[in-house]
Design a protein around this ligand. Structure first.
Ligand code: NDP
Ligand code: OXD
Length: 319
């Protein structure tokens, strides 16, 4: 039984080595070598070249090596087999670390002190807000959004969330966290938000959602000196020209971006040098080969014991 590893952008050797360790006795092959297409039962993918998983007659499942599956949905020749995504405590904790780091950076005005140090300037702020004075709004109250919400609440932030369905909102029970839903919940959610955290998946419904219209709905009179955006979901969610315009006209006080419309972020992008933009190279929550290869092996073992796969993607929703 063969497992096909179909990756772009990531270190394929590290993944193959880990998968071989976790799946002893299986034939692990890559797209770049000759292999028997009829022997492939499973494929693991991160941004595989579109069409490269077609023509595998015995394929029974595809595993995304990330939590997001937009990289699969763009392939119009994707085989009609179950798709599983990563849900893993290690990846979830990493994302929460990132969100907490940047919410605290805004709360404690860290960028101001970095600038002051460069100028040897000793100037403090005696009117420092408490975490409870700052309203964080999380778009996307799934696995990652809920964990970040819980941890931000523990620190004391005033947290709310926004998700697609009321059903999911009622199942998200985090003390003190109100979950708004759908289009009608969006305006009130934004109006009570000083720091907007985006952890949405990229789908037909969410593409370009972070535009001027949405950002202008954020609160700007809170204790954070204006509205702030943190996007660690996907670059396709944001309209970068609108974010720059919003920074320049005061709609946004800062933007912290881990993901971009084009990755790597082109050298010519004005985001690189904007004084109120913080950039990280799409590494808010990395998929670690050691952990994720084990998850794939566990999923295969489940299927071969006759148990259902976990964390299957709903293709009609796109996430
Ligand atoms: P989940 O599928 O668990 O959660 C998605 C959430 O988004 C759900 O609450 C869902 O609502 C909500 N949602 C989806 N569509 C809409 C919509 N149209 N309107 C409002 N809410 C919507 O995903 P995860 O939390 O595991 O991951 C979220 C995303 O984070 C991934 O898709 C990926 O793009 C990104 N990511 C980025 C990483 C990085 O390093 N930068 C690392 C890992 C993930 P509902 O609950 O109603 O279904
Ligand atoms: C993911 C990612 O989706 O790393 O897991 O972006």
């Amino acid at each position: 039984m063969t497992v096909l590893v179909a990756l772009r952008d990531w270190d394929i050797d590290a993944w193959v080595a880990r998968l071989r360790r976790e799946l002893p006795g299986r034939n692990i092959v890559t797209l770049g070598e000759p292999f028997d297409r009829r022997a492939v039962h499973y494929a693991v993918s991160w941004k595989h070249p579109p069409g490269s998983l077609a023509g595998l007659p015995n394929l029974s499942a595809i595993f995304s090596l990330g939590a997001g599956v937009d990289h699969l949905m763009g392939d119009d020749r994707l085989p009609d087999v179950p798709i599983m995504r990563v849900v893993d405590p290690d990846l979830t904790s990493r994302m929460s670390e990132y969100i907490i780091l940047h919410c605290l950076k805004i709360l404690r005005q860290q960028m101001r002190y970095v600038r002051q140090q460069a100028e040897r300037l000793w100037e403090d702020d005696r009117d420092q807000p408490a975490a409870a004075d700052v309203r964080v709004g999380i778009m996307g109250m799934g696995v990652l959004g809920q964990d970040a919400a819980r941890k931000l609440r523990m620190i004391g932030f005033d947290v709310a969330g926004w998700s697609r369905t009321a059903r999911s909102a009622s199942s998200v029970v985090i003390e003190g966290v109100e979950v708004f839903t759908g289009e009608e919940g969006l305006a009130p959610f934004l109006a009570r938000t000083d720091i907007l955290v985006c952890l949405l998946p990229l789908t037909d419904d969410t593409r370009g959602i972070l535009d001027s219209k949405l950002l202008s709905g954020l609160a700007r009179t809170g204790r954070t000196g204006g509205a702030h955006l943190i996007n660690a979901g996907r670059g396709g969610l944001q309209v970068e020209a609108d974010i720059l315009a919003c920074l320049d006209d005061g709609t946004l006080a800062s933007a912290t971006l881990d993901v971009f419309q084009t990755e790597p972020l082109p050298q010519a992008s004005p985001l690189w040098t904007h004084p109120r933009v913080d950039i990280t190279p799409h590494n808010a929550a990395m998929s670690a080969p050691a952990t994720i290869a084990r998850l794939v092996a566990e999923q295969i073992a489940r299927a071969e014991r006759g148990e259902p796969f976990q964390h299957a993607v709903d293709r009609s929703r796109g996430y």
